[in-house]
Ligand binder design. Structure first.
Ligand SMILES: NC(=O)c1ccc[n+]([C@@H]2O[C@H](COP(=O)([O-])OP(=O)(O)OC[C@H]3O[C@@H](n4cnc5c(N)ncnc54)[C@H](OP(=O)(O)O)[C@@H]3O)[C@@H](O)[C@H]2O)c1
Length: 264
């Protein structure tokens, strides 16, 4: 596994496991499979309705708590008080002593108040790191200008069709890492049969999924692919025994449409 270091010194694996759209009854099993395969970063959210099952899998595993990094997210709340309550509710649902990373899931009307609640939760030891998701431009800048703690990362839609080459530079200039949501583009736009990707995958005896995840991690972007299939869960973390050449990176760069494929 390769790691990245956040602006507060915490180390984060470059590959994690996302549990969006995994039904609660399947979540603990999928997370256990992922942990057994070597995943140490799990990405959930209040919105996914499976925080409880993620927490159960983490508690039941033999892996020491401090080796597992759990991210969760709160939907935007109307006030500081509501955000503080939401953080406590996630902590209760997960039941894993502390949350490694908590994000505001998407921008709302009280971003600064929400973020200040996260800052206070970090100071109280409830949360180790705090950040954002789907924050761009002015919304990101407002947090930098009005809050104290620089977000450790911004989790944004990032895949071969929306590469975020420019925004990654903006974030990194402020000490915020880019984390990719939907790194496999949720399988859309014919990604797995794209001729450019199929050719590169064949050259490395790897799958297209591995090539597109390698493309992102090779740029220092954290990826959190989701799957419910054990063979794919194993495949998606097996990325570090090959490297894309600069010519291959340049070919994949040509697939960038520079816009959301999900309407974000
Ligand atoms: N912050 C946000 O707003 C936000 C938004 C979206 C997602 N996320 C996070 O990002 C994570 C990943 O994004 P995502 O779940 O939207 O999509 P994704 O990881 O880009 O793609 C998941 C899809 O690809 C399939 N798949 C997985 N591995 C594969 C492989 N090796 N070969 C072929 N198909 C494969 C999965 O099917 P099977 O499950 O059937 O294998 C599923 O249909 C989420 O789980 C969530 O944690 C965050």
């Amino acid at each position: 596994m390769e790691y990245t270091t956040l602006n507060n010194g915490q180390k984060l694996p470059l590959v994690g496991f996302g549990v969006y759209q995994i039904p609660p009854r399947q979540t603990a099993e999928a997370v256990t499979t992922a942990l057994n395969d070597g995943y140490r970063l799990i990405d959930t959210a209040e919105y996914y309705r499976n925080e409880k099952e993620v927490g159960a899998a983490v508690r039941q595993s033999d892996i020491p708590r401090d080796e597992i990094f759990v991210t969760t997210k709160m939907p935007p709340q109307p006030s500081y008080a509501a955000a503080a309550q939401r953080i406590d509710e996630s902590l209760r649902a997960l039941d894993i002593d502390y949350i490694d990373l908590m994000l505001i899931h998407w921008p709302g009307r009280a971003n600064v108040e929400n973020y200040r609640a996260l800052e206070d939760a970090q100071k109280a030891g409830k949360v180790r790191s705090i950040g954002l998701s789907s924050f761009y431009g002015q919304e990101y800048q407002e947090i930098l200008d009005q809050c104290e703690i620089v977000p450790v990362l911004d989790q944004n839609e990032t895949h071969v069709f929306r590469q975020q080459q420019e925004f990654q530079k903006v974030l990194e200039a402020h000490g915020t890492k880019l984390e990719s949501w939907s790194p496999l583009a949720e399988g859309q736009q014919g990604i797995f049969s794209n001729p450019v990707l199929v050719k590169i995958a064949a050259a490395h005896h790897k799958s297209v999924a591995q090539v597109v995840l390698r493309f992102l991690t090779q740029r220092g972007i954290i990826v959190i692919p989701k799957s419910v299939h054990p063979e794919r869960i194993a495949e998606n973390i097996n990325l570090f025994d090959f490297e894309l050449t600069s010519a291959e990176m340049a070919q994949i760069k040509t697939l960038d449409q520079k816009r959301s494929i999900f309407g974000w």
